[in-house]
Design a protein around this ligand. Structure first.
Ligand SMILES: Cc1cc2nc3c(=O)[nH]c(=O)nc-3n(C[C@H](O)[C@H](O)[C@H](O)COP(=O)(O)O)c2cc1C
Length: 188
């Protein structure tokens, strides 16, 4: 469902959404996964620091299971049907030992580019903060120099009715946002 935007915007942005009904028979093409990561790679970052790092699992492989095991119960319920799970982690120190002060901001931009690239390829994505960083660190063997940032489920959208009733209703609800005139504090 297209977002009701106050002025026309890029179709990829207007139609992206975060569904939970994933087609459990869909297999993600390596070219699509690679393109999602490549789009993230080309994100801008403070001082071109590029702090983002990725752990990618395809449904059925060990990395997928490791990331899935770190998700909260609610997220596991639906994310288990996704075709791929990507954990984004970040370096927090630059090579010269100084801080990547804006690492979360940088990773957010990279993920923003990734999800729009994947959406443009006919796929859907769903970002999750509902996971245990400690469990993810242990399960994936994430080194101490990296901080887990977010998990992203990627796959093919399936019918809303395949979800439990409460989730199915959320799946088809209109997307809502704070109106622009409440977001712009000064100007416009
Ligand atoms: C950083 C981040 C963390 C999120 N964590 C979760 C999560 O743990 N579980 C979940 O079901 N959705 C999660 N979401 C999805 C948001 O609820 C969703 O993006 C928001 O409601 C807007 O919906 P839309 O993406 O369809 O426009 C997360 C989104 C972001 C960006």
């Amino acid at each position: 469902m297209r977002a009701e935007t106050s002025v026309p915007i890029n179709e990829v942005i207007a139609t992206r959404r975060s569904p939970r009904s994933f087609d459990s028979s869909h297999i993600l093409a390596e070219a699509d996964l690679r393109a999602g990561l490549e789009a993230a790679r080309w994100a801008p970052s403070a001082f071109n620091g590029q702090p983002w790092r990725f752990f990618t699992g395809l449904r059925g492989d060990s990395v997928f299971s490791e990331i899935l095991s770190s998700l909260g119960e609610f997220n596991q319920l639906w994310a288990k049907n996704s075709s791929a799970l990507i954990l984004v982690a970040s370096t927090v120190k630059k090579a010269d030992g100084t801080d990547h002060a804006e690492y979360l901001f940088d990773c957010g931009l990279a993920v923003g580019q990734m999800v729009h690239e994947l959406h443009d390829r006919g796929l859907v994505t769903h970002q999750m903060a509902g996971y245990s960083k400690e469990l993810a660190r242990t399960a994936l063997g994430i080194s101490d120099d990296l901080v887990p940032v977010v998990v992203i489920a990627v796959g093919k959208q399936d019918a809303a009715e395949k979800l439990p009733e409460a989730l199915a209703a959320r799946e088809v609800a209109p997307r809502e946002r704070i109106p622009l005139d409440k977001l712009v504090i000064k100007g416009l």
